[in-house]
Design a binder for this molecule. Sequence first.
Ligand code: HEC
Length: 127
Amino acid sequence: MKTTRLVATALLGLTLLGGAAQAEPSAALRGRIAFMRCAACHSLGAGEPHKVGPNLRGVIGGSAAQAAGYNYTPALRQSDLRWDDATLKRWIRDPAALVPGTSMAYSNSLGEADIEALLVFLKSAGH
Ligand code: HEC
């Protein structure tokens, strides 16, 4: 009887610990989760086809509108942007404010910490 209660208590403890771990995901995990909002329209893996938006592999850190085989809007092609942290943050917050005429219809609901984690994820997973 006593052993059963001890095991039950231990299991409960583990469950609580597990719950705490889920509430505080690591930055990498947080970024991966945040990318789910982008993944509806963007692939990231090498050789994966473009979706509604271009495959983002190799895009971060480079000039805008360079992915081969993707039909960008003239607005983004002529934007002369470089995808560094500052431009990416502005883009994620409000694409049309940064590039009027872009076809990226995305309405941001990510908080600041999620955007930071997303940028870390994109830089590590997108190369
Ligand atoms: C509803 C679809 C959609 C969603 C969701 C979306 N995007 Fe896009 N994205 C696009 C489209 C379409 C373009 C091409 C825009 C153009 O040509 O004007 C684009 C372009 C981009 C570019 C520029 C790529 C390049 O080659 O210059 C980046 C960077 C980008 N998106 C990042 C993101 C990130 C990060 C998220 C998630 C926070 C996201 N997008 C969510 C559709 C989407």
